[in-house]
Design a protein around this ligand. Structure first.
Ligand code: FPP
Length: 248
C-alpha cells in the first residue's frame, strides 16, 4: 500500500469486519474482449491481494460474496467454472493462508454445493481452523433471504419442540440461528463495479454498516483502493440511531 495512504489510516480504529460484494468481473472481461470467465480468473488474484492487505492491516474478519444463491441460475458453464475456480484457488492458497495465520470459514447453503467441492472446502477449513489472525469468510451458495428463512425454520422447530418460548425470541436469537452466528456484524460494506445495491447479501447483519461503493471493477481493486475505503469509513460518524450530541 502506498505510504501516504497507509499513514492516513488510523490503525487504532479499524473496522473489525469488512464485507465485500465483488462485482464487475464480467464487465472487466468484456472491456478487454475476453470471456466472462477470464474476469473471474483475474478476480481470484484480487481475492488474494485483498486478503493479504486485510491480514497485514490487522482486520479481524473479511467476508467475500463469492457465489450467490441466484448465481446457480447463470449458464451452467459459468457456474462450473466459478465453482472450480473457487475450490482450486482455496486449495492452492491454503499453505499461504496457514503461513499468514488466516482462518477460512464459509457461510451459505452447503446442501446445494456439489459434494466434491464441499468436501474440499471442508478440508481447507479444517486445515486453517487453528489460525487466529484474520478470519476469511467466504459466502458461497449464499443469500440473505435463504439464511433468514432457514433461521426462522430452526427457531420454529425449537419452539414446536418446547425448547424455546416464542415470547423469549429476541434479535440475539435470530442472529444465533443465522449461518453467520458468532461472527460480528460488518462495520464496512464495500461494493465494487459501481452499482448501488445490496443484492441479497447480509441484509440482517449490515443494519448499521457503513456502505462504500466504488466504480472500480473487482479485478482492478488494489491495496490502495481498499485503503481509501477504510479512510472514508473512518471519516464517518457512526450514530447507531443516536444523535451526534449523545455520542459525545
Ligand atoms: C461478480 O461479477 C462476481 C462473481 C459472481 C463471482 C466472484 C468470484 C470470484 C472473484 C472468485 C472467487 C474466488 C475465491 C477464491 C473466493 P459479475 O460476473 O457479476 O460481473 P458483471 O457485473 O460485470 O457481469
Amino acid at each position: 500500500m502506498e505510504k501516504k495512504i497507509l499513514e492516513a489510516i488510523d490503525l487504532t480504529r479499524l473496522p473489525r469486519h469488512v464485507a465485500i460484494i465483488m462485482d464487475g468481473n464480467g464487465r472487466w472481461a468484456k472491456a478487454r474482449g475476453l470471456e466472462r470467465t477470464a474476469g473471474h480468473v483475474e478476480g481470484v488474484n484480487t481475492v488474494r491481494r485483498i486478503t493479504e492487505t486485510a491480514s497485514e492491516l490487522g482486520l479481524e474478519y473479511l467476508t467475500l460474496y463469492a457465489f450467490s444463491t441466484e448465481n446457480w441460475n447463470r449458464p451452467q458453464a459459468e457456474v462450473d467454472a466459478l465453482m472450480h475456480l473457487i475450490v482450486v484457488a482455496i486449495e492452492r492458497e491454503t499453505p499461504d493462508l496457514i503461513k499468514n495465520n488466516v482462518r477460512l470459514t464459509m457461510i451459505g447453503d452447503r446442501s446445494r454445493m456439489p459434494a466434491e467441492a464441499m468436501r474440499r472446502l471442508e478440508q481447507c477449513m479444517a486445515d486453517t481452523s487453528h489460525c487466529n489472525g484474520l478470519t476469511l469468510v467466504l459466502a458461497i451458495s449464499y443469500s440473505s433471504r435463504w439464511e433468514i428463512t432457514e433461521a426462522c425454520r430452526l427457531i420454529a422447530a425449537k419452539a414446536a419442540a418446547g425448547e424455546i418460548d416464542p415470547a423469549d425470541i429476541t434479535d440475539a436469537t435470530v442472529a444465533a440461528n443465522l449461518s453467520s452466528a458468532g461472527i460480528p456484524d460488518p462495520d464496512l460494506l464495500i461494493r465494487t463495479g459501481g452499482d448501488y445495491r445490496v443484492s441479497n447479501f447480509l441484509l440482517w447483519q449490515i443494519a448499521y454498516a457503513e456502505i462504500y461503493v466504488t466504480d472500480i471493477y473487482w479485478p482492478d481493486l488494489d491495496a490502495d483502493s481498499f485503503g481509501r475505503a477504510i479512510i472514508q469509513y473512518q471519516s464517518r460518524e457512526r450514530r447507531f440511531g443516536l444523535t451526534s450530541e449523545q455520542l459525545q
